[in-house]
Structures are given as structure tokens and as C-alpha cells.
Design a protein around this ligand. Structure first.
Ligand code: T3D
Length: 265
């Protein structure tokens, strides 16, 4: 990993706190920054001590998407650029890393989230935003299409009509509007965003991690399943959850009328 810490990572109370850290460029993604985030997703998040992840940004923005100074307008041979290969190499691993991780991800959107930055936030399981944060599907303004799963998740979160409008018009959507249309979980007063987002993450980190992971798997697969397949999947996952230590602890705590002490096993 390079010397410059473009993404900060610390583990606090079983929460991996990942902070995008190029505040002077609104945490826009360079190749190096995407690489560092990917390394944390691959190497830190799977560690057993990590039972939840909090993703946020340093400074006044969450993330302004691709660093446009690094976006090629021509190929290495002077021909056409291949943005598809950049998306495959840099961004697809980040979104799949978040969605396929069986750890819960909280995103604290601390300011503007634009382009790939907006859709990376929406790939997280629980998205909270500061009262002055905004979401911009900025792609159409520069002649591009939404990536990072925006065309997948947005119609599912807010419906085709609103998804069409915000991706085509590329207008700023306020945190309140995003919450009202179901794009995010909730809006939090700016001054308490980080504390409240961390509280959500630590709450998740104390819960039965395996059950949360299996819940995430079920929700992911529901997006492509019919009811019958989903009911079968739930039965299969319930079987798996029922074999965890945390299930035994949950039942014991219920019977003993005490707070459960889940170990994430
Ligand atoms: O390789 C590929 O290109 C394919 C992958 C594409 C994925 C994508 O994410 S495409 C979408 C890329 N993102 C954008 O188009 C957003 C561009 N930025 C903006 O529209 C605005 O900056 C914001 C709406 C995000 C915020 O506006 P505002 O007024 O709050 O801030 P600002 O003054 O525009 O920006 C502050 C600084 O950040 C400024 O630098 P300076 O002049 O102070 O030195 C600005 O240039 C810089 N900055 C903002 N966004 C980016 C950026 N620098 C590089 N890349 C950016 N994306």
C-alpha cells in the first residue's frame, strides 16, 4: 500500500471505520484511492473482529466520484479511451466488495455524494446523511452513464420514474428529499452525524453477525428471485442461522430474561 493514506482505516469497538481521505478534492476517486479502499474491503473487513463497517468521508464532502483529472479522454495509443475497463478494474470490485460482504455496512454521507460516490454510498446497507448533504447523479453532465450499480439500485429504491429523472437531469437531491423518496434511511443533524452513525454501527457490531450476514444475502438474492425461490432460500438460511452460537445465546438470554451477549459466531 502506498505511503499516502487516501483512505483511513481504524477498528473501534469491532467497527471498521473507513474514511475517504482526499478532502481537498472532495474525496474524488483516483486509481490509488480506489485501490486502498479495495485493499481494506478485501483484507480488513473479513477479519472476525470486524462485525460492522462505517464508511464516511473526510472534510466537507463524502465523495465527488471519479477524479476527473484522471479520467482519460483518449486511449494510450491516442485512440478512443476505454472507460469500461476503468469501471471494471476500479469500481466493480468496490461495489461487489460491499454487497457480497456478509458484514453490515453503514454509510455516513457527510456532504456531497456525486457520481460513483453517490452510488457507492447507496451500495451500503444503511445510509444516513447529514442534513446539508446532497446526492448528484452527475454522470449525464459529462456525457457518461451511471455506474457503481446506480441503474440497479436506484429504480429499486425510488422507482423507475424518479430514478430516470435524477439520473438524466443530474440535479442535486437534498438529504431530506433523498430520505422522503426512500433513497436513504434517515437524515441526521450535521453536528451529530458521525456520532449517531457510529452508534448504529456499534449496535450492529453487537448483534448476531452471522444472522445479519445471512439477512444481507437473502436481501441481495431477493432482487432476482421469485417468491417460491425466496421462501426456499429463507428456509435454507434459517437452517444455517439455527446452527450458530448466537442463536443458542439469543434463546438462552430470552429464557433467562437478560440481554444477550452475541459473539458473532
Ligand atoms: O474513468 C471514468 O471517468 C469512468 C468512471 C466514472 C465514474 C464517475 O464518478 S463519473 C462522475 C464524476 N464526478 C463528477 O462529475 C462530479 C464533479 N464535481 C461536481 O459536480 C462538483 O464539484 C460537486 C457537485 C461534487 C460539488 O460542487 P461544489 O460547488 O461544492 O465544489 P467545487 O467547487 O465544484 O469543487 C471543489 C474542488 O473539488 C474543486 O477543486 P479546486 O478548484 O478547489 O482545486 C473541484 O475541481 C474539485 N473536484 C470536485 N469534484 C471533482 C474534483 N476534482 C476532481 N474530480 C472530481 N470529480
Amino acid at each position: 500500500m502506498s505511503e499516502e493514506r487516501l483512505v483511513l482505516c481504524e477498528i473501534v469497538e469491532n467497527v471498521a471505520v473507513l474514511t475517504l481521505n482526499r478532502p481537498e478534492k472532495l474525496n474524488s476517486f483516483t486509481r490509488a484511492m480506489a485501490g486502498q479502499l479495495r485493499e481494506y474491503l478485501d483484507k480488513v473487513v473479513p477479519q472476525p473482529q470486524v462485525r460492522a463497517v462505517l464508511l464516511t468521508g473526510a472534510g466537507r464532502a463524502f465523495c465527488a466520484g471519479q477524479d476527473l483529472n484522471e479520467a482519460p479522454t483518449e486511449g494510450q495509443d491516442g485512440g478512443q479511451p476505454d472507460l469500461g475497463s476503468i469501471v471494471r478494474e476500479l469500481y466493480i470490485p468496490l461495489v461487489t466488495g460491499i454487497r457480497q460482504s456478509e458484514k453490515p455496512f453503514v454509510c455516513a454521507v457527510n456532504g456531497v455524494a456525486a457520481g460513483a460516490g453517490a452510488n457507492l454510498a447507496l451500495a451500503c446497507d444503511i445510509v444516513v446523511a447529514a442534513s446539508d448533504a446532497t446526492f448528484v447523479q452527475a454522470f449525464s453532465k459529462i456525457g457518461l452513464v451511471p455506474d457503481c450499480g446506480g441503474t440497479f439500485i436506484l429504480p429499486r429504491l425510488i422507482g423507475l420514474g424518479k430514478a430516470s429523472a435524477i439520473t438524466m437531469l443530474a440535479e442535486k437531491v437534498s438529504a431530506d428529499e433523498a430520505s422522503a423518496m426512500g433513497m436513504i434511511y434517515k437524515v441526521i443533524e450535521k453536528t451529530s452525524l458521525q456520532q449517531q452513525a457510529f452508534e448504529i454501527a456499534t449496535t450492529l457490531a453487537k448483534m448476531p453477525t452471522r444472522a445479519l450476514g445471512l439477512t444481507k444475502r437473502a436481501l441481495n438474492l431477493s432482487l432476482g428471485n421469485d417468491l417460491s425461490s425466496q421462501l426456499d432460500l429463507e428456509a435454507m438460511l434459517q437452517g444455517e442461522a439455527g446452527r450458530t452460537e448466537d442463536f443458542k445465546e439469543g434463546i438462552a438470554a430470552f429464557k433467562e430474561k437478560r440481554v444477550p451477549r452475541f459473539q458473532g459466531k
